[in-house]
Ligand binder design. Structure first.
Ligand SMILES: O=C[C@H](O)[C@@H](O)CC(=O)C(=O)O
Ligand SMILES: [Zn+2]
Length: 278
């Protein structure tokens, strides 16, 4: 298991970042490495995000010095989505089989968490997001069919998509974590446009279903100081609470969003008018 630390930034400091510094601070690359768990410990709401890709043998989630407790979930909760082949997650002996796009919420206090692939020729890829928690709720598997679906956008504006709210207060109780999947309809390229901020919560965007030859331009920054990061398939972007988060691809794609912070009120975004953006 590998874990890398990222620190938080003041919006006024981020204005002066060049491309390399922006990528170093906000882009998470190398999420899926065969037979390894690769994590980023962010000081943005202490979110830990990354991937587990078991191929030849099961992988176990263990605590590191960064986590600061005896077990990874002693004072944390975990949300995960399978974006690869059929996979299995075992939580303290209970087995959860996850097809691609199925999600699992793992409760605080769970001790023994193992990831495995059902077919090593088509390995599972588990995208993981963990936030601090101080109360235990129930571990629960959530399939895309169980999600609260929110169709949004239209073809004329290139943003026709369905938001699947999966780890969401209407579906499963959590301490703070909220997660879901957004799928763009083929031929639609814009996500989260018109865009928004929410100072009450940070957000992490993990982009996938993007062909290797395609790229996505993820926009971030204060609404009047926008910057962009060029993103490839299976990369993630850290969005501090002060930043917009939206993007346009050279091909349609999907992404998993995850939020942590003061509330779980999905619809309290501060909408940004296009005319005010710079
Ligand atoms: O605060 C909410 C999050 O940014 C996402 O739910 C937005 C999103 O998936 C979209 O508009 O496509
Ligand atoms: Zn948002």
């Amino acid at each position: 298991m590998k874990i890398t630390t990222r620190y938080d930034t003041h919006p006024a400091d981020a204005r002066g970042y060049d491309t390399e510094t922006l990528r170093d601070r906000y882009l998470i690359d190398g999420i899926f490495q065969a037979d390894d768990i690769v994590l980023t410990y962010s000081h943005v709401d202490r979110v830990v995000a990354g991937g587990a890709m078991p191929v030849s043998a099961p992988l176990a989630l263990v605590a590191t010095k960064e986590i600061g407790s005896d077990t990874f979930l002693e004072r944390r909760e975990l949300g995960l989505f399978n974006v690869g082949g059929a996979g299995r997650v075992t939580v303290d002996g209970t087995v959860y089989d996850l097809e691609t796009r199925d999600a699992l919420y793992v409760a605080m206090g769970s001790v023994d968490i193992r990831f495995e692939s059902l077919d090593s020729a088509n390995p599972a890829k588990f995208y993981l997001v963990s936030t601090p928690a101080h109360a235990r709720f129930e571990t629960m598997k959530i399939s895309a069919a169980q999600a609260k679906q929110r169709p949004l956008g239209e073809t004329a504006t290139g943003n026709k998509r369905v938001i699947y709210q999966m780890i969401h207060p209407d579906v499963v109780r959590t301490a703070q974590l909220v997660m879901g999947l957004t799928v763009l309809e083929n031929g639609n390229m814009w996500n989260s446009m018109p865009c928004h901020t929410h100072e009450r919560r940070c957000e992490f965007y993990f982009y996938f279903d993007l062909p290797d030859s395609a790229r996505l331009f993820h926009f971030m920054g204060e609404p009047t100081e926008t910057r962009h990061i060029v993103v490839a398939n299976e990369q993630a972007v850290i969005s501090p609470s002060w930043s917009i988060h939206c993007g346009v691809g050279t091909h349609s794609y999907s992404f998993i969003w995850a939020m942590g912070g003061d509330n779980q009120t999905f619809d309290d975004m501060d909408q940004v008018s296009l005319a005010s953006m710079r």
